[in-house]
Design a protein around this ligand. Structure first.
Ligand code: NI
Length: 257
């Protein structure tokens, strides 16, 4: 069975209902899905979906590009109340740093504050974290060295170097790989896919974004995990089934499912 450890099936990009998407996922052997929030509104959607479907678990959190107010107490209250009322919320995420669109000092420092605050919330609630790090892996590593998450977590859609992956793995965090590992020109994710230890690799789609080959330019779905697993199996000279199974087990261990 497949575990898509990062998807946004509540996204308005989808024309189908969540019912239809999940039904199709099950028929394609996707047995577990982690729906991930980007802000409080979406986190509530994730909470609801995971309550409705056996196969779906959820993560709640505020994405670095969604940080607005500095009302940390309110954010903590909202995230805490969601987690305490639903035992299928298994992580705080996605949280982290994103310097792709804006990288002035003000933006960076605000994002860092949110990241640190949400690591603290994860520690209070005894949960791992889902880390979004775009053009910011070094800073994320620095923050995690000073503010470690007790239950660790995953660098989702990992886009850093092999060296950075090795540091992250040593620190006990998992590496999440998705569509880009199938892109012909994206060399680094392929190199990373080769070196991640078998007990630290998880599969994800980040759907509806980042569809793997041959679906580029289209909407992504959790059942396109197959293409990602296939590519990783080729890179690692392993069996498809072996990668499917080990990443499924890794995902369950990471999120204590
Ligand atoms: Ni995402």
């Amino acid at each position: 069975m497949i575990f898509d450890t990062h998807c946004h099936i509540y996204d308005s990009k989808y024309e189908e209902s969540i019912d239809e998407i999940i039904y199709k996922c099950l028929s394609f052997d996707v047995g577990l899905m982690m729906v991930v929030g980007d802000n409080i509104v979406d986190s509530k959607k994730c909470d609801e979906i995971s309550k409705q479907y056996n196969e779906v678990y959820s993560a709640v959190g505020v994405h670095p590009e969604e940080v607005d107010t500095d009302d940390f107490d309110k954010m903590e209250e909202q995230l805490t109340s969601l987690v305490l009322n639903n035992n299928k919320i298994k992580a705080i995420g996605e949280i982290g740093l994103d310097y792709y669109w804006k990288n002035d000092e003000d933006t960076k420092s605000k994002q860092k504050k949110y990241f640190i605050k949400q690591i603290e919330i994860a520690n209070k609630l005894d949960l791992p974290i889902i880390i979004h790090a775009r053009d910011s892996v070094t800073d994320c590593i620095e923050i995690l060295k000073e503010h470690p998450c007790i239950n660790k977590g995953v660098f989702h859609c990992f886009s850093g170097s092999v060296e950075q992956a090795q540091i992250i793995i040593k620190m006990g965090y998992y590496i999440g790989l998705d569509g880009p590992v199938t892109y012909k020109n994206s060399k680094t994710p392929k190199e990373v896919a080769k070196i991640v230890p078998s007990d630290k690799l998880v599969i994800e789609t980040d759907s509806p974004y980042l569809p793997p080959v041959p679906y580029r330019g289209k909407t992504n779905y959790p059942y396109y995990c197959k293409e990602i697993i296939q590519e990783i199996a080729i890179i690692r000279e392993a069996d498809y089934k072996e990668i499917e199974e080990l990443t499924f087990e890794n995902g369950k261990r990471l999120f204590k499912i």
